[in-house]
Write a protein that binds this ligand. Structure first.
Ligand code: ZN
Length: 203
């Protein structure tokens, strides 16, 4: 089983519950419609990796996301995550109304920073993703269609959350292609206070 880091402990999430279409500007950039309830999909434990490898045959996009680590059915920690997506594959699946796993749940499609304990105000959470020194994505609680507490209740109403499971809260606008050699720097803030930062260099 793959693991993530939480205060020096390794934790093995049984599943990653992901929210799609949670930021209006991102919905618009992909020409999707605004959902009336959270759009949910999942990634398995096998999707977790800490290395991004360039994929020359598919158009892999980055999606920077605020991620919530669950313990005792509650949000216990936050981290920065990348929901890597084969955008060309997803576009075909969407057209046919088929499930997204081929585009979203492949090995290496979930990348995480360390997770930091968090029991502060969720409203202060925001993220930034820079690539090669250029700010590409920013957003957070204010811009989310469905806020973390609403997402958590909705998810819990449908799926049992085990300790160590992760909710990925969706991506703001500014998604784009992953290229070999790119340096990704993902950050999560509480207001102006940097909570966690992680650097990836694409192989
Ligand atoms: Zn996403």
């Amino acid at each position: 089983m793959n693991s993530i880091n939480y205060q020096g402990q390794t934790i093995q999430p049984s599943k990653l519950v992901c929210i799609g279409r949670n930021y209006v500007a991102h919905i618009e950039e992909l020409n999707n419609s605004i959902p009336s309830q959270p759009v949910i999909f999942m990634k398995p434990n096998s999707a977790i990796s800490d290395e991004i490898s360039f994929d020359s045959k598919d158009e892999v996009h980055y999606e920077g996301e605020i991620c919530l680590l669950i313990k005792h059915q509650r949000i216990s920690a936050v981290g920065f995550g990348l929901d890597l997506t084969k955008r060309n594959v997803q576009a075909k699946l969407k057209q046919k109304g088929l499930p997204w796993e081929r585009a979203k749940a492949f090995d290496g499609s979930a990348q995480f920073s360390e997770f930091i304990p968090f029991n502060d105000n969720l409203e202060s959470l925001r993220l930034e993703l820079s690539i090669n020194g250029e700010l590409k994505q920013q957003g957070g609680y204010d811009l989310m269609l469905f806020k973390p507490d609403v997402i958590l209740n909705d998810v819990k109403g449908n799926f049992t959350l085990e300790d160590g499971d992760i909710i990925m809260t969706g991506t703001p606008s500014g998604v784009g292609a992953v290229n070999a050699g790119d340096e990704f720097v993902g950050k999560v803030f509480s207001g102006d206070n940097l909570l966690v930062e992680h650097v990836w260099v694409v192989k």
